[in-house]
Design a protein around this ligand. Structure first.
Ligand code: SF4
Ligand code: SF4
Length: 292
């Protein structure tokens, strides 16, 4: 069973909630799919056991020995990636146009090293995370690669639950993080921006037919927005599985980059335990209702 924890807006406490749910779901595969700014490992402090390069696209390279400096590749490149017979790999989008126009076959398209994929051992089970190289795109592909690796680990270890700490926003990486999961938990907070993004991200997830539940983090921030979110969820038929209070000692522990165990004595952890029971109930119920 896979649960994706997403938020639309960044900074709602999504990663903390995902990590705390992992405590109660253990044994669990924990996945950091926020590949542009991975930080789940700060909380879990796992021990890295495997590291492998991720090749997400292609990058052009010019063989200087064959190049006659005709300039055709520079003229055809719409990304300004070629100058003086040399490709700037940071600008190259791997479109292949230069490869096709080169009269002497001096250009090769090679796999582009876009990031790194890590397999690790965490306190509650395996942890998979990744890092996208600076300036590279393909975060959606890297999220898919991370999820694939997590599935393999879950299969090998006979682990029933996987929790994915998803990326913020509503773009391609989020779609890659939520596609075909058993439930998407949207962590929001009672602010105008977060409420707006909640609506947007729910639209995206609904489009893929994935079951959605909502967690209102720091529900005590703003009573009116909290009421508006609850009204919206009621009207949209979205279960609110948890309302978490602002817990100052949790914020202090996070700022000090203390490991997750530092949060375990907080009210937040207790409420995440209750939330996990509700999430588990929703997923198990939905699975039982699936046609055979
Ligand atoms: S592959 Fe495309 S983007 Fe890269 S250098 Fe060639 S034309 Fe430019
Ligand atoms: S098109 Fe080929 S020969 Fe011409 S400058 Fe580019 S790499 Fe060199």
């Amino acid at each position: 069973m896979e649960i994706a924890v997403i938020s639309g807006k960044g900074g709602t406490g999504k990663t903390t909630v995902a990590a705390l749910l992992g405590v109660y779901a253990a044994p669990v595969v924990m996945v950091d799919a926020d590949v542009d700014a991975a930080n789940l490992a700060l909380l879990l402090q796992p021990r890295i056991v495997t590291e492998e390069p991720f090749y997400g696209g292609r990058v052009a390279r010019i063989d200087a020995a064959q190049c006659n400096l005709c300039g055709s590749c520079e003229d055809v490149c719409r990304f300004g990636a070629v100058a003086g017979g040399v490709v700037n790999p940071l600008l190259c989008e791997g479109c292949g146009a230069c490869y096709h126009v080169c009269p002497v076959g001096a250009i090769v398209l090679e796999p582009s090293p876009d990031g790194c994929l890590y397999g690790a051992e965490g306190p509650y089970g395996p942890v998979v995370h990744a890092e996208l190289s600076v300036g590279r795109g393909n975060s959606g592909k890297l999220v898919t690669a991370v999820r694939q690796r997590a599935r393999e680990m879950a299969g090998r270890g006979g682990i029933a639950w996987t929790i994915i700490d998803g990326p913020p926003g509503t773009g391609c990486p989020v779609i890659a993080a939520v596609s075909r999961v058993d439930l998407a938990l949207v962590v929001t907070e009672p602010t105008r921006a977060a409420f707006h993004d909640l609506e947007r991200v729910v639209d995206v997830v609904n489009h893929f037919g994935v079951q959605v539940a909502v967690c209102i983090n720091r529900y005590d921030l703003h009573p009116e927005f909290r009421a508006a979110i609850l009204d919206y969820c009621r009207a949209a038929g979205l279960p609110v599985v948890g309302e978490l209070p602002t817990v100052l000692e949790a914020s202090r522990a996070l700022v000090a980059e203390k490991p997750l165990c530092a949060l375990m004595q907080t009210k937040l952890a207790l409420m995440c335990a209750q939330m996990w029971r509700k999430i588990k109930g929703l997923v198990v119920e939905a699975t039982a209702c699936e046609p055979v």
